[in-house]
Design a protein around this ligand. Structure first.
Ligand SMILES: [Zn+2]
Length: 147
């Protein structure tokens, strides 16, 4: 995908936005922005949220894992979304185990907030001409491998 973007994006009109459909992970988005993509749409934050997979400033978590059963911390201590301000990982873990719809709603809410916040940060970094540094730091923080 990255090679195709490098091959194609330079030939697209510069005065129009470049859209990449169905992408992707936070790493995919950072890499695609670096190759000239302007906007995206993707089911990943909502689909993953419905399966207890949440994105955080330190990487991806699965709230169904037993280690979250008694974890009183929020999904992401650095996040200010309503799910992180009000609920613990342990409570959301319990909601998933009890098959309560609220579990999915809280994780989707958090993931969409995470993606929206990252896109705001990307736009600011581009405006301030420091996107390469932002991308490098973000990828180090995530410790993600594109999965
Ligand atoms: Zn959150």
């Amino acid at each position: 995908m990255y090679q195709v973007l490098e091959d194609v994006v330079p030939y697209l009109p510069q005065n129009k936005p470049t859209y990449l459909m169905g992408v992707g992970t936070p790493e995919n988005i950072l890499e695609a922005v670096d190759r000239g993509v302007d906007f995206f749409d993707c089911v990943l934050p909502s689909r993953n949220g419905r399966h207890a997979h949440v994105y955080t400033s330190a990487g991806k978590l699965n709230l169904m894992n037993a280690k979250h059963k008694t974890d009183d911390s929020p999904i992401d201590p650095k996040c200010d979304c309503p799910a992180c301000r009000r609920y613990s990982r342990a409570y959301i873990h319990h909601l998933f185990k009890a098959k309560e719809m609220l579990a999915m709603r809280l994780c989707v809410l958090h993931n969409l907030h995470f993606y929206n916040t990252m896109m705001e940060e990307i736009r600011l970094a581009l405006d301030e001409d420091r996107f390469p540094e932002y991308k490098k730091q973000k990828l180090e923080d995530f410790k993600i491998s594109g999965k």
